[in-house]
Design a protein around this ligand. Structure first.
Ligand SMILES: [Zn+2]
Ligand SMILES: [Zn+2]
Length: 348
């Protein structure tokens, strides 16, 4: 059974940070950070439903204009999350242009901007092309603990790390994965079909056991249909396993409190995208610039128990030396398995 979503970095490791998360079963995507996104095709940008900005340094936010240009007159809405002052910054971005024509466009664009406050608040503002993108106050958005966005099948959690300024580290969590046991499906005398997606959705959203599912399939004998209940099918053919969790960590200092925050937010993630800006030999420089070294990124990956690590946000000073940065991350991260192995043996 394939995953709910497929994440990939927008640029190479020396380019602006950005993670594009495509949904496998829907024409829909999420984007983490909004720097140089010119590599994304208009069709990929049009699929975006939510954008999660870590902080508004230019390499993380300058792509706002490009996205706006593509969406204008074509896309009805988008939700954007950011940290302190985000609403004001979106407002200023929009007020930098002249809007004497857009209110007549057939497709109204509404930008739903959401500001994650360091105090736990969730402020919201709406900007509509019909009203020349004037800021309108929206009701606060719901946050519970560190969950900033919650849907039936996944959630996004975020916490602040220190980058001299507050910067949000995000984790994207598929709530659960519904695996269908194909052999048991055959034993039941039915075949795969669109109904499986309906069943998975019903299971993931906690539909009552007695909800009916129209089981329809086609085989060489033709079309078949029968009605079964969600509870019965869940019991017979479905295995529920934990979903995929993906961490997106960029722009932070290597401090104990940052490491602690990340360990709480995303322990044991399946996949960790983490900035690895400098080599360890330039640690002092990293400290001045409020960024991690590759070695520090590897140590964090090890501390949180990440199962796979993708380093990015390399400083241009290492152009042509990406292998050295990757090696440093790997060395610090995989030291862990050796360590665990030794500990286990000692315990034996
Ligand atoms: Zn950056
Ligand atoms: Zn930054």
């Amino acid at each position: 059974m394939h995953a709910l979503f497929k994440p990939w970095l927008v640029n190479d490791a020396f380019g602006d940070p950005g993670l594009y998360v495509d949904f496998c079963d829907e024409r829909r995507a999420l984007l983490f950070d909004l720097g140089d996104i010119s590599r994304l095709l208009p069709g990929q940008l049009m699929r975006l439903s939510h954008v999660f900005v870590t902080h508004t340094h230019m390499d993380h936010f300058s792509g706002f204009d490009h996205l706006l240009r593509v969406m204008l007159g074509r896309k009805a809405g988008i939700v954007m999350f950011g940290g302190p002052n985000f609403l004001e910054q979106v407002e200023h971005k929009l007020s930098a242009y002249t809007w004497n024509v857009v209110h007549r466009y057939e497709v109204e664009l509404v930008i739903d901007a959401r500001e994650i406050g360091v105090d736990g608040s969730g402020q919201r503002a709406l900007f509509s092309s019909r009203r020349r993108f004037a800021r309108e106050a929206g009701p606060p958005f719901e946050r519970s603990d560190d969950v900033v966005h919650n849907e039936a099948t996944f959630r996004v959690r975020g916490r602040f790390v220190d980058h001299d300024i507050p910067c949000v580290a995000y984790v994207l969590e598929e709530k659960a994965r519904v695996n269908v046991a194909k052999d048991r499906l055959a034993a039941l005398g039915v075949s795969t079909g669109a109904w499986l997606r309906e069943l998975k959705h019903a299971v993931l959203t906690g539909a009552p056991d007695e909800s009916p599912i129209e089981v329809r399939w086609r085989d060489r004998h033709g079309e078949h249909a029968m009605t079964r209940q969600v509870g019965e099918l869940r019991h017979l053919i479905v295995d529920i396993v934990p979903g995929q969790r993906i961490g997106y960590v960029t722009d932070l200092r290597y401090t104990e409190s940052n490491v602690e925050t990340l360990a709480e937010l995303m322990h044991d993630v399946d996949l960790l995208f983490i900035e690895s800006v400098f080599l360890d030999e330039d640690k002092a420089h990293g400290l001045r610039k409020n960024h991690l070294t590759a070695g520090q990124a590897g140590l964090i990956a090890r501390r949180i128990g990440a199962r796979a690590v993708v380093p990015f946000h390399f400083s241009p000073r290492y152009e042509g030396r990406s292998a050295a940065l990757i090696a440093e991350v790997q060395a610090a991260w995989s030291a862990t398995s050796v360590q665990t192995h030794c500990d286990q043996r000692r315990g034996e």
